[in-house]
Write a protein that binds this ligand. Sequence first.
Ligand code: NAD
Ligand code: MG
Length: 328
Amino acid sequence: MQLYTETDVQPDALRGERIAVLGYGSQGRAHALNLRDSGFDVVIGLRPGGATSAKAERDGFQVRAPADAVDGAGLVAFLVPDMAQGQLYKDIEPRLAKGATLLFAHGFNIHYKQIQPRADLDVVLIAPKGPGHLVRRQYEEGRGVPCLMAVGQDATGRAQARALAYAHGIGGTRGGVLTTTFAEETETDLFGEQAVLCGGLTELIVRGFETLVEAGYQPEVAYFECMHEVKLIVDLLHEGGLRKMHEFISETAKFGDLTRGPRIIDAHVKENMRTVLKEVQSGQFANEWIKENQTGMANYRRLLEEDLKHPIETVGRELRGRMSWLNE
Ligand code: NAD
Ligand code: MG
């Protein structure tokens, strides 16, 4: 793996070019503000009249319809939701300058061929490893969130240099820019959120809560143990890995971890993880999600509603209401 920092940036790679940022949500706003503060000419592309277009205007940006925003831009950043990017590309393609750079923050649409870019375009990925507000705050503090970088299509021979200049503009080279491929970023990102971060972790929490409540313990106590305290452990892991957690938890907790943990997350769970990974690799998950979007999202909405009706949500709301610091 290659690591790039500020000294690797070719200052002229994007100099004087206009950057069109499509989308002004979590990533879009942070990238646009950082790029402007780094001296770039930034224009925002959004559907007229939307909630975020008022925000972009309040932040002092010129907001245009996406097809107008990309006109004359040397680089176009696709920072709208993944499921909106395919149609958006079709809408703007005729207006893209020859040799322009398309930039993504997640590889989904390129990797699963929902967008098949014109042959004269460069296609790159800069994926900050953090949410937009952190990308912005770190930049303002003179630091930066590390980014992954990939080149999907190099029509000009300068695709990587241009991607790195963009990463520099959002502060990424201060944290370090690591090379990957569209395939690796997409597949590991989807697997991570499904198996570990969102899917796996929440199921672990909810099944633990249910186990205690079904055994007759009070839901409030179960909530503290299985949901609330996750943050204490995650913070330790985030700051210093397994070693830091072990330094801070009790001897008893450590012995329970080491002897019981592998019985909970056993070989069977790992087998399920491999199956989920295969569905990501084969495109089965992507097809399912694209189809869900095309057919009105009824299944998605039903599952979401069921998730939010769980008793852990009721007891959680009440208890969190007593934690004054949560709203600060
Ligand atoms: P978001 O949902 O926060 O914002 C989407 C923006 O796009 C909004 O301004 C919305 O008004 C606009 N929009 C929606 N549909 C549109 C359309 N059809 N045409 C024009 N504008 C439209 O999105 P996000 O979470 O910032 O995600 C953007 C990209 O960044 C995605 O590819 C995502 O995978 C990637 N990403 C997100 C994060 C994150 O922390 N949220 C982290 C890394 C990568
Ligand atoms: Mg879940």
